[in-house]
Design a protein. Structure first.
Length: 557
């Protein structure tokens, strides 16, 4: 039992604590996470995972992973494996083996037969168009199907024929007999089973009839003894049907409770729309670092802990809201500030020649890997007469020293972990572009041993030219140019696709960057946080920009 005060509990925790206090379900707390294996998990699923798993953990309970695999047309085994990988990466462990709704197909069929025998389900062979016309509208009640009063015996026979594959797809369905005048459209004799002569990713050709989601979800919860079925708010209108099936089947009374779904600016959470991005080649796949999928965010370098912290900050609410993506990025930034080792890379290089430094000399400097984590140790960084700095860190006619602390003629600046240098002159090409900067260094100004008496306010990152390693850097922007790309009536969300959401550049990094592994995260000093991409090889090291050091995003007009 939690020791927190009632005021600090969210509404789900309040409900659970009341259930425990009342001895409901013998004090058990058993939740589940029921994804459909027809796509990858996204940011919205992250919140659902945190709520289901962390709530159960808090009260000493368990969480099942159950795939609601009732539609063979869209489901694939590789989605199953991707979902498992994402959940484990987030730090969650489900109870026992992963479960599948398809495990329960025989029991669900028996449930359907039970409802037919009770006169609560019937086979309907109306066309989809006829059925839709008879269902009515939200303001107009529906009318009964002429097949609604078929005898129990006839319905049992027809349902058996459906199961045996004696009828073509779409020719008939099994419907629940509820109320065609209900104000809730989902209660107007909903479809329970349809015919699909398609191979299932687990059961193969064993079945040619498949249960609908609404006839699978609650009954699967009941079979597993789920005490608290936690789901997002779009399922609130499904709850009466969920309860109706459980009541009339007289099975374990699992209880559905809804919470507000995760809506984040510049992100979409429709798997159908995400699939469209993949199919049209607008992204490289479900794990493209621009995608709001868990695998995409992982590849981009978002830490699992940061995603969990983001969900914690958002909280659990009953009403829909729109979360600013900056909160997510700030959670990522705060976590990486603690955990990411520092490295130096120059992404828009210009050469600096330190004219009074010996031409044949190389110094091994010792730099701290992470000032926030002493256990991260130190590394060796070579220093030489020629170095790269960022082009923006030099100006031939710099403004007031109070506004520009970087390098310029007759300006001093410290090189990180190295010496103070003074700008002297520069060389331009025929187009007026600076191609080389000449500077001098103060011999006694070495970091940690500075006896020069020279002052320098600015500190620049750098890379030794003879030791520099070429790296490919993928800079990412928002995937969409609008905060809510799917909320514009009459417009396709792809109209807001950001064609400049990926820009690839070549830069130079310190030698240690050639030894990194896929998935490792770093702070490129003074630039941002980056993650080594799986596309990296011995010949090409690729980094994805995860997030900037601070929020510098400007809305596009």
């Amino acid at each position: 039992m939690s020791t927190e005060t009632k005021e600090s509990l969210n509404f789900i925790e309040q409900m659970i604590e009341e259930d425990i206090a009342n001895g409901k379900n013998d004090g058990r707390v058993h939740t589940r996470f029921p994804p459909e294996p027809n796509g990858y998990l996204h940011i919205g699923h992250t919140k659902a995972l945190c709520i289901s798993f962390e709530t159960a953990q808090k009260y000493g309970g368990k969480t099942n992973l159950r795939f609601d695999d009732t539609n063979p047309s869209t489901e694939e085994t590789h989605y199953v494996e991707a979902i498992k990988k994402d959940i484990k990466w987030l730090g969650f462990e489900w109870d026992g083996e992963a479960r599948f709704a398809s495990d329960y197909f025989p029991q669900l069929y028996a449930f359907a037969v039970d409802l037919i025998k009770k006169g609560l389900a019937y086979v309907d062979d109306l066309s989809p168009e006829e059925m839709a016309a008879q269902k009515g509208t939200p303001t107009k009640p529906g009318v009964n199907s002429p097949n609604r009063d078929r005898s129990v015996e006839e319905n049992l026979d027809l349902f058996e024929q459906m199961k045996k594959g004696e009828h073509p797809d779409g020719s008939m369905v099994l419907r629940a007999k509820i109320d065609m005048t209900s104000p809730n459209m989902l209660m107007r004799d909903p479809i329970m089973y349809r015919i699909k002569h398609e191979k299932h990713h687990r059961t193969g050709d064993e079945w040619v009839i498949y249960p609908m989601y609404d006839f699978t979800h609650g009954q699967s919860d009941a079979i597993e003894g789920i005490t608290h079925s936690l789901c997002s708010l779009e399922f609130i209108h499904h709850r009466p049907l969920y309860d109706w099936f459980i009541k009339h089947l007289e099975i374990f009374p699992s209880k559905q409770t809804e919470f507000a779904r995760m809506n984040v600016t510049y992100m979409i959470t429709s798997k159908r729309k995400l699939l469209k991005l993949v199919q049209e080649g607008l992204v490289t796949g479900w794990d493209d670092p621009r995608m709001p999928t868990i695998s995409g965010m992982r590849r981009r370098g978002y830490p699992a802990k940061a995603l969990r912290e983001f969900c914690k900050k958002v909280g659990v609410a009953r009403r829909e809201n729109l979360i600013d993506i900056k909160l997510l990025e700030n959670c990522v930034r705060q976590e990486l500030n603690q955990t990411a080792n520092r490295m130096m890379a120059v992404l828009d290089p210009v050469k600096v020649v330190i004219t009074n430094y010996p031409e044949d000399k190389t110094e091994d400097l010792i730099l701290i890997n992470n000032p926030e984590d002493e256990s991260a140790g130190k590394r060796v960084v070579p220093f030489s007469r020629e170095i790269y700095i960022e082009r923006a860190d030099f100006r031939e006619d710099p403004p007031s020293p109070k506004k520009f602390y970087r390098l310029g003629p007759e300006r001093n600046v410290r090189l990180k972990g190295a010496y103070i240098i003074r700008g002297e002159s520069f060389v331009k090409d025929e187009n007026g572009v600076i191609t080389e900067i000449h500077a001098t260094y103060y011999k006694d100004s070495k970091s940690g041993e500075d006896n020069s008496g020279v002052k320098a306010k600015g500190v620049l990152h750098w890379v030794s030219v003879p030791h520099a390693k070429e790296i490919e850097v993928r800079n990412y922007d928002r995937l969409f140019t609008d905060e809510t790309p799917t909320n514009h009536e009459g417009k396709d969300f792809l109209e807001f696709f950001n064609t400049e959401s990926l820009k690839t550049i070549t830069g130079y990094g310190e030698p240690a960057l050639t030894k990194v592994k896929s998935g490792e995260q770093f702070q490129f000093m003074r630039i941002g946080y980056f993650c080594c991409d799986p596309d990296s090889s011995e010949d090409k090291i690729v980094f994805n920009k995860t997030v900037s050091l601070r929020d510098g995003f400007k809305k596009k007009k």
